[in-house]
Design a protein around this ligand. Sequence first.
Ligand SMILES: [Zn+2]
Length: 225
Amino acid sequence: MSQRLVTDVLSLSGSPLMCSTQSLQEAPRAKSVHFVASSKLPTRWGTYTAFAFVDDAGKEHLLLAMGDVANGEPMLARIHSECLTGDALFSLRCDCGHQLRSALARIGDEGRGVLLYLRQEGRGIGLHNKIRAYDLQDRGVDTVDANMWLGFDADARDYGICKPMLDHVGAHRLRLMTNNPAKMAAMRDLGIEVLERIALPVGRNPHNEAYLETKARRMGHLLEG
Ligand SMILES: [Zn+2]
């Protein structure tokens, strides 16, 4: 890495370089979340019920459920972290929007399942910091180093609210749609039964190839079908 780039990074972050000492493997703890309201949510893939929650920090989260999710049978599930650029603005820098739509479509096909939409943008670092990290990536830093150079964990997401959200709708046995083995482990550490992993190999394109390759090589994501 050139000295010029390091200098730029320092001025961008406005603080000395530092790397978090928090382990990526740190076991998640269940956190409290409060149910607010629920309503019907018709989508192009069928009609979901949307359950709104708020956590102790005031962040608002959603759980979408379709069919009878409290009957004890295994069900499709997606734990999706917010990505405004990918989910709503059709960004090709990542695969989030494709994964979101594919998960909703699969649940719609089976007529049963849950999708948790967690408001932890940019792998937990927030929208502004995600754009800062993108700027670093535009200059040759990979997605893991970009987060760490800005003073964050490579993955700062916290899944602690998933358990009480799932408990609220009686969903306990999941067939988890994810390419991320760490998410499987996080769910199991929270006491959530995960019966299988279902790959979501969607959204690969020339703009996100390096990003996906980095997630596979440095974060253990699985890209196979
Ligand atoms: Zn994304």
